[in-house]
Design a protein around this ligand. Structure first.
Ligand code: KG4
Ligand code: ZN
Length: 363
């Protein structure tokens, strides 16, 4: 049995979790700073760092307590070190280094992007990360910082088939809500306010899909672009408001606008990932990351999955940032003996993922 303590501080959630053997979540503590950032309409990195600093010790203690363990029982300390906001990452990383060194435990550096994919496997009875029958897999990682399609083969070799060339899908939702003055984070706000709206009421552009009669360049077939839909929302809102301000839409018009905007984002995400899944002969399509909390997206993903492919969606609680996905993934590095020393650094970005850690599993 191996117990990992996972720590996550890449953005605006301070999280810690204890996971047994990559699967059993013994605790999953999350402290959200959303309310602090909402007044600014987005995450302020220095404020995030200060909030992480205030919360991190308590959150880690809570994770250990509710798992009913102490640091003595922990086999390794795993921490998100990239990609993310540097000031925010630094707090989690340095805390993890201190904890690991003081307790003489190995340190494991976790890639946040791979951890999001692992969110679909950590607590699941049905889906086993290293099950060769699931591969090739087309994974759509869709969050506030990422919108990418990763193709993973049964040996763990991976390649990014496509990614956003401008905004991430979550950013499009957050910025869309901001320009309509609806609050932060925009994804959940839009989902809530779009309920009862007509998704076909207005047409918003689906960039790089070829649907506007403009052929897509082959290199953009699996890429995304969300800056156009956001600009279209701005014009739509200001053209339809009495005072010309985008922030004054109301009633059914607002509801229909949001349902149509959300629909455009969902449409592009699903059509691109399913096209990639078919192109790469995937057996499984995976949906994960914060935006994967969205019910319209989840429903469409399940409904439109190409025949013969298995659809896996991460549970909502492991879609937004959490440390269970960090501690779960860490088990695979632990088994492989892949540890980091105290020189482990933070990175705002990382090169595209080329491998996921299957080889660490001992049979
Ligand atoms: O994975 P995450 O917590 O952090 C990043 O790694 O970015 O994702 C946050 C993103 C935000 O853009 C937020 O608006 C979006 O996930 N999000 C949603 C929903 N819940 C969170 N988007 C659409 N519908 C939701 N219910
Ligand atoms: Zn994330």
């Amino acid at each position: 049995m191996a117990l990992m303590l996972g720590i996550e501080s890449s953005c605006d959630e301070t999280a810690a979790a204890v996971v047994e053997n990559g699967k059993k979540v013994l605790s999953n503590a999350v402290s959200s700073q959303m309310a602090k950032h909402s007044v600014y309409g987005g995450v302020v990195p220095e404020l995030a760092a200060r909030e992480h600093l205030t919360a991190i010790e308590k959150v880690c203690a809570e994770a250990l307590d509710s798992a009913g363990v102490t640091m003595k029982d922990i086999d390794a300390v795993a921490v998100t070190h990239a990609p993310g906001l540097i000031p925010a990452l630094l707090v989690g990383l340095n805390f993890a280094k201190g904890l690991a060194a003081a307790n003489q435990k190995p340190l494991i550096g976790i890639n946040h992007f791979i951890a999001h994919m692992y969110g679909a496997f950590v607590d699941s009875e049905e889906a086993v990360f290293e099950d060769p029958n699931l591969y090739p897999m087309a994974a759509l990682v869709v969050s506030g910082g990422h919108t990418s399609i990763v193709i993973i083969d049964s040996d763990g070799k991976s390649r990014v088939a496509g990614a956003t060339i401008d905004d991430a899908a979550g950013e499009a939702l957050d910025k869309g809500a901001k320009l309509l003055n609806l609050g932060y984070p925009g994804g959940p706000v839009i989902e809530k306010l779009a309920k009862g709206g007509d998704p076909a009421a207005f047409h918003f552009p689906r960039s790089l899909t070829g649907t506007a009669g403009k052929a897509v360049a082959p290199e953009h077939r699996f890429n995304f672009s969300f800056s156009g839909v956001k600009t279209a929302l701005l014009y739509h809102a200001s053209n339809h408001s009495e005072d010309g301000s985008a922030a004054s839409l109301e009633g059914q018009f607002l509801t229909d606008t949001l349902a149509s905007y959300q629909e455009a984002v969902v449409d592009v995400l699903c059509s691109k990932v399913f096209d990639a899944a078919k192109h790469y002969h995937a057996k499984t399509v995976l949906l994960c990351g914060g935006v994967a909390c969205n019910s319209a997206l989840r429903e469409r993903f399940m409904k439109d999955v190409p025949q013969g492919m298995r659809a896996i969606i991460a549970p909502k609680k492991y879609c937004t940032d959490n440390a269970a996905m960090v501690a779960g993934l860490a088990y695979h590095y632990y088994n492989a003996g892949t540890f980091c020393d105290l020189s482990l650094d933070t990175f705002a970005r990382l090169p595209h993922v080329t491998e996921v850690p299957f080889k660490g599993i001992r049979s």
